[in-house]
Design a protein around this ligand. Structure first.
Ligand code: NAD
Length: 279
């Protein structure tokens, strides 16, 4: 299959690696030429590292490298069988993209969003044919993490859900069909991991590094602050804001002023070489 990926950032790259490794062709669209070049280089670097580690054979890597097409015109999506959107976590920006995608994509192409929190129902409402729309929520790093939430909106067809589940299985993932609730399953639970940790720091009860050390000490692979740095402090804050709004400003999901300050300062985590920690 040809997998169309809109957004050449953190998630777009990981989804591209997972798709290429499974033998699919990949077409990546981004409004930034710089992001496209960086994504192509990063994807090729990761594929070659996989060969060095013995996780991918050299011939498959060579084919995968030939199978990447990038473009800054949305028209590159016209060949895709499944389009996965991984752009900014904002409903208006995603709506503008999906309206364009419906114009350029084949009528039988599946349109999917990697949104972390925005309801599939509201994303699909800009489409003439919302039955071909679903959530395909990968986790970061998308080429490594096994879980994929497949989200069925109220108007998503059963066939589209089945194809998304089979596609995820073909990538070696573990798909879970989730209901269309804000934050779906994982992000709803995870919001508390990030928000409560930040409240603790703002109250002076513990430092950022103490919180992370303690959480790792009890078995979490990453502390909440290290994890926000990996996700992108900005992306993570947008997800919190989106989920809070969808829950009618439910206090337990209130975004953190601490996180807003880091975002305002341009400290967006690993991708900017600095966030809660320095890299
Ligand atoms: P990112 O900021 O790393 O990358 C976003 C990319 O989208 C950028 O390259 C940007 O140039 C591009 N872009 C922005 N507007 C665009 C448009 N209109 N058309 C085409 N390209 C556009 O973001 P990310 O972390 O990859 O997150 C992308 C999506 O995936 C968000 O919806 C986010 O909530 C979701 N998500 C993120 C994570 C994570 O850990 N970062 C995990 C799961 C889901």
């Amino acid at each position: 299959m040809i997998i169309g990926i809109c957004g050449a950032g953190t998630m777009g790259r990981g989804i591209a690696i997972a798709s290429l490794t499974a033998g699919h062709g990949v077409v990546i669209f981004d409004i930034s030429d710089e992001a496209l070049t960086a994504a192509r280089n990063n994807v090729i670097e990761q594929l070659r590292k996989a060969v060095e580690k013995g996780k991918l054979d050299a011939a498959a890597c060579a084919i995968a490298e030939q199978n990447i097409v990038t473009g800054s015109s949305i028209d590159v999506m016209s060949t895709a069988d499944i389009v996965i959107e991984a752009i900014a976590e904002r409903l208006d920006i995603k709506h503008a993209l999906f309206t364009e995608l419906e114009r350029v994509c084949r009528p039988d192409a599946i349109l999917a969003s990697n949104t972390s929190s925005i309801s599939i129902a509201s994303l699909a409402r800009c489409l003439v044919n919302p039955s071909r729309f679903a959530g395909l929520h990968f986790f970061n790093p998308a080429h490594i993490m096994k879980l994929v939430e497949v989200i069925k909106g109220p108007r998503t067809s059963a066939d589209v859900v089945t194809t998304c589940v089979e596609f995820a299985k073909g990538l070696g993932k573990t798909p879970v069909v989730a209901a269309d609730a804000p934050g779906f399953i994982v992000n709803r639970i995870a919001r508390n991991y990030y928000n409560e940790s930040q409240r603790i720091v703002m109250e002076g009860a513990a430092s950022i590094s103490q919180v992370d050390t303690l959480m790792k000490g009890i078995g979490f692979k990453m502390g909440p602050f290290e994890l926000m740095d990996l996700i992108g402090v900005d992306v993570n804050l947008d997800v919190t804001k989106s989920q809070w709004e969808q829950f009618f400003h439910e206090p337990r999901f209130t975004p953190s002023l601490l996180q807003q300050q880091y975002v305002d300062a341009g400290l967006h985590g690993k991708k900017t070489s600095g966030g809660f920690f320095s890299y």
